[in-house]
Design a protein around this ligand. Structure first.
Ligand code: NAD
Length: 475
């Protein structure tokens, strides 16, 4: 696809191959800023369901893993599968077959066939497509009376964030962003420690997505890794934090964002780019060398919260450095940090890192109930070490039992809004950008996310997970 293209042709080609990018500019002005909320979705519980019927859109690198995980839950039926590439649907049908499930109806008739899936009789549309499709697909699902679960980030611009909020409120359908990192074991433990006051009054947090994806974004010759190479297209067009929610979600929950606290404003700065083109030169993949429009390698964004805290979020998918989401939370009585090495400091223990023995004691004392209850099975099923399964299990558990969602549409909007606001700030000499109050004032009375648990008898896990069956982690 990029073979023998000049740099100019290459960039032009990027624009032409992104059919859906038009959705960005087609979404209207911010509808929600001036109008009051029609309904508060925070704490909203939809009626419970005997079985949860699911349609999955997007079966590339990540989607089949969701089909695998959902197939292990007894009261889930995957009834629709959609992808513009029939081979993805075929892979997913094979997964259903392996689990003794009935084949799902297929939707492979082009980029708008997902709209027909949304019209099926089902309860949840699970969206695992490239970023530019998230808003139209989630809105389409809700307008057709279905709950939407959408991959990260939920939206790329503020109009899209508001459209999700307005649609969820007016249809009273859940719009859950699939922020799996909120369900990782240490992140859940941290949240439990915060809720129990172990760190005192929170003052600061840090999160990141530092993960070298250069090999994925620089396919050789005509190859595609991401479908249509969508990820590099975004990276060529926008300079900011394009993927903030893995680092932000878990610390936003600790800080009660949209539930007693909120993001007020942010400032953002990007470095120059060097690692992305250096990698291209080193590998001889010269179509990616010397791309002046590629965003800066490292973006750093600093967010101010209504209760005073600061949150630092970084994004770097080019530099050859070890994976990190940082995950640092600190308060008046101590702090926890996950990367580069797990550590906790507590006022009660002095100022240094806790010893390995104390870390084990603290983990035993503050392990989150969710990981106590389903952590073992989650580790066996896998998906980023188990957090993907905990996320999906909790999603289906809440839908089935008529419970409020852990992540609601305001979380999806506020966490995703860092994408456009960081881009605007970078373009404006790091000037401060206001973060909209997507709850329209309800944040001050919304209740914080509780320390939740599940009863596995209410959603049995069907398949015995065999040793060696653990799923491969996608990027
Ligand atoms: N939470 C996580 O840990 C995590 C990990 C990886 C990816 N993701 C997210 O998952 C999403 C998909 O990423 P991926 O790596 O699987 O990308 P991918 O390119 O491998 O897969 C996307 C799939 O969507 C399909 N698609 C594109 N347009 C479509 C349309 N109009 N209708 C139906 N299908 C369409 C493509 O054919 C492709 O099979 C992204 O939003 C990404 O950010 C999240």
């Amino acid at each position: 696809m990029f073979h023998n293209l000049s740099r100019r042709d290459f960039i032009k080609n990027m624009a032409l191959t992104t059919g859906a990018l038009g959705y960005w500019s087609l979404s209207g002005c911010n509808p929600g800023t001036s109008s009051p909320a029609s309904f508060n979705m925070c704490g909203f519980a939809a009626p419970g369901l005997d079985r949860v019927r699911v349609g999955v859109i997007g079966l590339g690198m990540r989607g089949p893993g969701a089909v695998e995980r959902l197939s292990k839950m007894q009261d889930v039926d995957i009834v629709g599968l959609c992808d513009i590439r029939p081979e993805g649907v075929h892979t997913a049908q094979e997964i259903l077959k392996k689990h003794g499930r009935a084949p799902a109806r297929e939707f492979t008739a082009g980029p708008d066939d997902w709209q027909n899936l949304c019209q099926m009789e089902l309860d949840l549309v699970y969206i695992v497509t490239p970023w530019q499709w998230h808003v139209p697909m989630a809105v389409g699902a809700m307008k057709n009376g279905k709950h939407a679960a959408v991959e990260v980030p939920a939206a790329l611009d503020l109009d899209g964030c508001w459209e999700l909020v307005e649609t969820s409120e007016s249809t009273r359908k859940h719009c859950v962003m699939l922020e799996n990192c909120c369900y990782d074991f240490f992140e859940l433990q941290t949240l439990n420690m915060v809720r129990q006051g172990v760190f005192g009054e929170l003052t600061h947090a840090e999160g990141a997505y530092i993960h070298s994806l250069v090999d994925y974004m620089q396919p050789e010759g005509d190859k595609e890794i991401y479908q249509g190479n969508w990820r590099i297209q975004h990276n060529l067009k926008q300079n900011g934090n394009l993927y903030p929610t893995h680092g932000l979600g878990p610390v936003a929950q600790c800080m009660d964002i949209n539930r007693g606290n909120r993001f007020l404003h942010l400032t953002s700065m990007s470095s120059q780019q060097a690692a992305f083109t250096e990698h291209a030169r080193q590998t001889g993949n010269l179509q990616f060398a010397d791309l002046p429009s590629y965003r800066g390698d490292m973006n750093t964004t600093l967010i101010k919260c209504a209760k005073g805290q600061t949150v630092l979020i970084q994004h770097d998918t080019s530099t050859p450095r070890a994976y990190s989401r940082i995950h640092l939370v600190q308060g008046s009585l101590g702090m926890a940090r996950k990367w580069p090495r797990k550590g906790i400091c507590l006022h009660s223990d002095g100022h240094g890192w806790l010893t390995d023995e104390r870390m084990i004691e603290v983990e035993a004392k503050y392990q989150h109930p969710l990981t106590k209850t389903i952590g073992d099975i989650a580790r066996k099923v896998g998906g980023h070490g188990g957090m993907d399964f905990i996320m999906d299990y909790r999603l289906i558990y809440c839908l089935k039992n008529g419970l409020p969602m852990d992540q609601d549409v305001y979380d999806a909007a506020a966490w995703s809004s860092v994408v456009p606001l960081s881009i605007q700030s970078v373009a404006d000499k790091s000037n401060s950008m206001d973060v909209p109050d997507f709850t329209r004032g309800a944040w001050s009375t919304n209740q914080p996310l509780q320390i939740v648990d599940v009863n596995p008898e209410l959603l049995p896990v069907q398949a015995v997970v065999e040793a060696g069956e653990q799923m491969k982690d996608p990027k």
